[in-house]
Design a protein around this ligand. Sequence first.
Ligand code: ZN
Length: 150
Amino acid sequence: MADLKDLYQQIVLDHNRAPRNFKKIPNASHTAEGTNPLCGDDITLYVTVEGNVIKDVGFQGKGCAISQASASLMTSTVKGKTTEEAESLFRAFHDMVAGGPDAPADDKTLGKLAALAGVKRFPARVKCANLPWHTLHAALTGSDEPASTE
Ligand code: ZN
């Protein structure tokens, strides 16, 4: 049985308690909604892209500690990055949490996102952690379909 302390690291608790970038951006160039029906997580993401740089990003919604902390960590990480960098972070993050219990985490690429590495031992939580990233991907690729983890 994996230790819950691995899942709820201090940085995760902190981002859940005081989410960064929890705001609506009225003139966002890209928006998307994401839902994880399995857990009841629900987020709306607002992204302002200029050229190919993510100038601003915010989210609103409700959900469990993992989805909220993941959205908070994600938004603070991708802000100022190019959309290509954001997409490669999405892949690195996905590989870390969804690659199974022994998946190596690319700490150098992931930085503080690696705080969510413990999720990989809790399959039910993987979708919570991935939801903001799927939603970002949907926003950046301009998909009109709401992002869903199902
Ligand atoms: Zn959740």
